[in-house]
Every structure is written in structure tokens, then in C-alpha cells.
Design a protein around this ligand. Structure first.
Ligand code: 5AD
Length: 351
């Protein structure tokens, strides 16, 4: 067998396209990929330490104007009961995050056309006034002016996944949306001083191993502060309802290779990885293979089921003892929970 190191030394690209090596490593059966995971774990511990950073997520609106083929929140899904939290409800949820000692809250929503987005500025400034907390926003594509307002109000970071770096595939899966605009949004966010996160879904219909290799090359060029990689999970009320789920082990391989290539980027063990198998929380394997972040859910219980991006999210069964569970996960991965702010490790640090 060709040594893994040979492949890793031979990741090369022409005109922004990855060739052979990353693709070969992705194609290698899981059982034969031990060396990749050992290496990615070493790189993770060297550049990020043994800590697992924590981000509490609050999903504040499930309304969305888009029709992304994979997503259960697509506007065409009339069966879903939609909700929108009030400012007070958001702040109450953030208080719960803060009481655990977690110092980052992720405020996430669909692209809700009827949300009064200026209200979010108020929520952001209230969080900054009341809690010692970093704020990550994840509210999709918005006008640069709005991104700027939120930044001025105190937002620190923004997550906007590219979902796939293959423009043609992106256009097929996102009717009415533009790949170029998404890239432009990411550029604007960086320019405004946000710590910017992105990421992809593994196992999308029409996606090849070469596409995933190119995703990793894309990450290495864009120097994101965070990258979320999760397996596709089919939702019965979406266009991709008849497609099979993404391979969680290929997803973990993509996380491992992204760790090796990008070194100190924050990489979450995503909730989707934890949800794809009922019998096993695969986030633990991701944490052993290069991931260094977990994002526990703090959306009020009565609404958790309604933020149904994909079915059977593991957070539905997670309750008041979530911190004990996270601690046991960390121990199993040979790591410890890290309650620091967890800012970017890239050269650019704001504030
Ligand atoms: N399976 C896996 N991930 C999904 N997302 C949306 N729908 C699905 C799905 N069916 C992810 C997207 C989005 C994030 C909030 O959830 O990557 O950016």
C-alpha cells in the first residue's frame, strides 16, 4: 500500500482544483484509514490543544424563504409548524447558555423574510451588556448594511456554509440562489471583521469524491476561522427525500483531512454526525479525529422539534444533564471541555 504520508505530501492543485491525493485518501476504506485519523488527531492536539470548545446554539426562527433541496425548513414544506422567538425568549435562552459557563452563543435562523432584523441588533447589544459572551450569527445571506449593523451592535462571528464548493452542484440544489452571492457574502463578512465560518454537507446528490477534495482545497485557500462538515440526512418533506443519507465515516474522513490541511481552524463535531446513527454518537469519533468544537442546543424544548433541518436530531433527547453528557463525551475522546471564549486561532483576531 502507498504510505498515507506520500498522499499527504502530494496534495496538489491546478487552477483551484484538487488532484489525486486527497481524493485517494477519501476513497480509502475506513478500516484502512487509521493513519489518517492518528495524524489528524496529532495535528489537532498540536495546534488546538486537548480542549473541546463549546458553543451553545439558539435557533430563533424556523421561517425560511429558500427552497434548498436538502433542507427540511424549505419554504415549500407546508407541514412544518413554524415559530419565531421574541427578544425576551432569545435572551432567556442565552441566559441558560451563560449559566453553564459556555461563553459563545450561536444565534441561528432560516432566511426569515418577516423577521424584524433590527431587533436582532437589540438582542446582540443586550447580550453584550448582560453576559460575558461571544456572539456568532448564522442567519444566511443578508445585505452588507445589515451585517455591518450587527457587527457594530457587538456580533463577533458569522457562520455561512458554502454547502458545496462545486458551483454547478450548488446551483442545482439552491433554486433562486447564487453561488457567487454566497461567496460575496463571505468576503463582506470577513472584511467587516467577523470571524467567518463556513462548511459543507457530505453525501449530497451528485457530489463526487473529487468535489469533496475540492471543498478541502477551497477551505485551505479561504482561511476560514471555523468549518462545519456534516453528513446529509434525508428529510421526508424535501426535494431529496428519496436520496440515501451521506456516509458518516466519509464525513469524519473529510473532517480529518480538513484538520491536516488547515491546521488550526475550529472544526465542530457536528450535531448531524451525532444524529445519523441512533445507536452511536459519532461525534466522539470526530473528536478523536481532528474536531475540537461541540455545539449543544439551547433552543427552548417546545420548539426544538420544529427546527427540523433533518429528522431525529440528537438534541431532541438531550435534556438538563447535557453538560454531564458532554463531559463524558470529552473523556471518551481523551479530551477536556474548554470553557474559554474560543476565538479564532488564525492570524486575524479582532478585539
Ligand atoms: N442534512 C444535513 N445537513 C443539513 N443542513 C440542512 N439540511 C440538512 C440535511 N438534510 C445543514 C446545512 C445548513 C445547516 C444549518 O444545516 O449545512 O447550513
Amino acid at each position: 500500500m502507498i504510505p498515507i504520508k506520500y498522499h499527504l505530501d502530494n496534495v496538489f492543485e491546478v487552477n483551484g482544483e484538487a488532484f489525486s491525493s486527497l481524493e485517494k485518501l477519501l476513497a480509502l476504506p475506513f478500516e484502512e484509514s487509521g493513519e489518517v485519523f492518528e495524524f489528524s488527531d496529532c495535528v489537532c492536539r498540536k495546534f488546538c490543544g486537548n480542549g473541546i470548545l463549546l458553543r451553545g446554539i439558539v435557533e430563533f426562527s424556523s421561517f425560511c424563504k429558500n427552497n434548498c433541496y436538502y433542507c427540511g425548513l424549505n419554504a415549500g414544506n407546508k407541514k412544518l409548524h413554524r415559530y419565531r422567538l421574541t427578544e425576551k425568549e432569545i435572551l432567556d435562552a442565552v441566559k441558560k447558555v451563560s449559566e453553564t459557563g459556555i461563553k459563545t452563543v450561536v444565534l441561528q435562523s432560516g432566511e426569515d423574510e418577516n423577521f424584524d432584523w433590527d431587533k436582532l441588533s437589540f438582542v446582540i447589544s443586550e447580550i453584550k451588556r448582560s453576559f460575558d459572551m461571544q456572539i456568532t450569527l448564522s442567519c444566511g445571506e443578508q445585505e452588507a448594511k445589515l451585517y455591518e449593523k450587527w457587527k457594530k451592535a457587538g456580533a463577533d462571528r458569522y457562520l455561512l456554509k458554502i454547502e458545496t464548493s462545486n458551483k454547478e452542484l450548488y446551483q442545482k440544489l439552491h433554486p433562486g440562489q447564487s453561488f457567487d452571492n454566497r461567496l460575496e457574502c463571505l468576503r463582506v463578512l470577513k472584511k467587516l471583521g467577523y470571524q467567518a465560518g463556513s462548511g459543507v454537507i457530505i453525501g449530497l446528490k451528485g457530489q463526487t469524491l473529487k468535489d469533496i477534495a475540492n471543498d478541502i482545497i477551497f477551505f485551505s485557500k479561504e482561511e476560514f476561522d471555523m468549518i462545519g462538515i456534516n453528513p446529509f440526512i434525508a428529510h421526508s418533506e424535501s426535494m431529496l427525500k428519496d436520496n440515501s443519507n451521506g456516509d458518516p465515516y466519509l464525513t469524519i474522513k473529510a473532517v480529518a483531512l480538513t484538520r491536516i490541511i488547515t491546521k488550526n481552524t475550529h472544526l465542530p463535531a457536528t450535531t448531524a454526525l451525532g444524529s445519523i446513527r441512533k445507536d452511536k454518537d459519532l461525534r466522539i469519533l470526530a473528536l478523536k479525529s481532528g474536531a475540537n468544537v461541540i455545539m449543544p442546543n439551547f433552543t427552548p424544548y417546545e420548539h426544538r422539534k420544529e427546527y427540523e433541518i433533518y429528522p431525529d436530531k440528537r438534541c431532541l433527547s438531550e435534556g438538563e444533564n447535557i453538560m454531564d453528557y458532554l463531559r463524558s463525551m470529552a473523556a471518551e475522546a481523551g479530551k477536556v471541555l474548554d470553557f474559554s471564549r474560543g476565538d479564532t486561532l488564525k492570524a486575524m483576531v479582532n478585539g
